[in-house]
Design a protein around this ligand. Structure first.
Ligand SMILES: Cc1ncc(COP(=O)(O)O)c(C=O)c1O
Length: 356
């Protein structure tokens, strides 16, 4: 990306040589991001990130008299957007965070214009039955949007298999730059833009294109295509190792969502009698960057809406932490984290006589 801030600085919409150099890079980025999910270059609309792509799907597909169906565990980028619409059904999930596709089918009305269900939940890592939901949507003649921000790079994602009409991507979740994402828009899908202005991104997203971001996104997509399958096998083994150690050495430790199919890198663990905040701070001081709830809502005192949606009490939701493994983690680090958790939980429980 660095040369694009200084040398190849052209505007991809300019006719001159520098502009055309930038255009070629942007076109190549569309091709690579599309290839990663088995789509066509012209089906990729670059946005400022996953949030904007989710908003584009929701507001672009549902009009003032339309009805939207979504689930209780979506990212706020979908749920908050849905909250702006007059007619929405929020379908609940089971104790593992998985939605029943029959519940989605039953929620369809004549006015339903969009079903929006995420592929992988960001807090639990659980995988939703999106292929079944896509079929239900198609039979009903309703558009299907799938937020795939947490799925790409962790599952083999191909649009022909998923069957979504709209699919959200975010570069920084696959080690690309922050501030760029994309919405896959299946060829022929009718969608209204969210941002009006110039004719950029096939008239679907006005504004001078973020060429360095797109190039970084494409580079990240290249890595995913080449290495992610092997990397996920490696991370799955690390997660099993971590969860086994924690469960063996800490009483009252529960893995949230463990009864469902999960992606390899995410572990959401609840510790009886523990408040996640002091645990998180204790682990941070020992060099481990873990989260409570979703990163987007850290700092908020409200418990995670996802953990409440799977039936946890407010107290149980507040005693859960989320660990996301990554490419730079190894066995030694996982063992050190398990050890730090064992020590920190024991110390915090001693300080909380209610637990004893
Ligand atoms: C499932 C999901 N959707 C959407 C987003 C928002 O993406 P971005 O940060 O690129 O706006 C996130 C980010 O955490 C996410 O996890």
């Amino acid at each position: 990306m660095a040369p694009l801030f200084a040398q190849t600085f052209g505007n991809a919409s300019s006719i001159h040589f520098e502009g055309q150099q930038a255009r070629a890079l942007l076109d190549d980025a569309h091709r690579k991001v599309a290839l990663m999910i088995g789509a066509r270059a012209e089906e990729i609309i670059f946005t400022s990130g996953g949030t904007e792509a989710d908003n584009l799907a929701v507001f672009g597909a549902v009009n003032a008299s339309g009805h939207l169906i979504t689930t209780s565990v979506e990212h706020p980028a979908v749920l908050q957007a849905a909250g702006m619409l007059p007619s929405v059904t929020v379908v609940p999930v089971n104790g593992n965070g998985v939605v029943d596709s029959d519940d989605i089918r039953r929620a369809i009305r004549p006015s339903t214009q969009l079903i929006s269900v995420m592929h992988v939940n960001n807090e639990l890592g659980v995988v939703q039955p999106v292929e079944e939901i896509a079929k239900i949507a198609r039979q009903a003649g309703v558009l299907f949007h799938c937020d795939g921000v947490q799925a790409v790079g962790k599952l083999p994602v191909k649009m022909a298999a998923v069957g979504a009409d709209l699919y959200t991507l975010s570069a920084h979740k696959i080690y690309g730059p922050k501030g760029i994402g994309a919405l896959y828009v299946r060829k022929g899908t009718q969608l209204r833009p969210l941002v009006y202005g110039g004719p950029h991104e096939r008239k679907m997203r006005a504004g001078t294109e973020n060429v360095p971001g797109a190039v970084g996104f494409a580079h990240a997509a290249d890595w995913v295509m080449e290495h992610s399958a092997g990397e996920m096998t490696r991370q799955q083994a690390l997660r099993v190792r971590l969860e086994e150690k924690v469960r063996a050495e800490v009483s009252g430790a529960h893995i949230n969502g463990c009864g469902a199919r999960r992606v390899a890198n995410t572990s959401n663990i609840r510790f009886d009698g523990i408040d996640s905040e002091p645990l998180l701070i204790s682990l941070d001081l020992q060099g481990f960057a873990v989260s409570s709830g979703s990163a987007c809502s850290s700092g908020a005192t409200e418990p995670s809406h996802v953990l409440l949606a799977i039936g946890l009490t407010r107290e149980q939701a507040r005693s859960s932490i989320r660990i996301s493994l990554g490419r730079r983690n190894d066995e030694e680090q996982v063992d050190a984290l398990a050890g730090a958790i064992v020590k920190s939980v024991a110390r915090l429980r001693k300080l909380a006589p209610a637990y004893a």
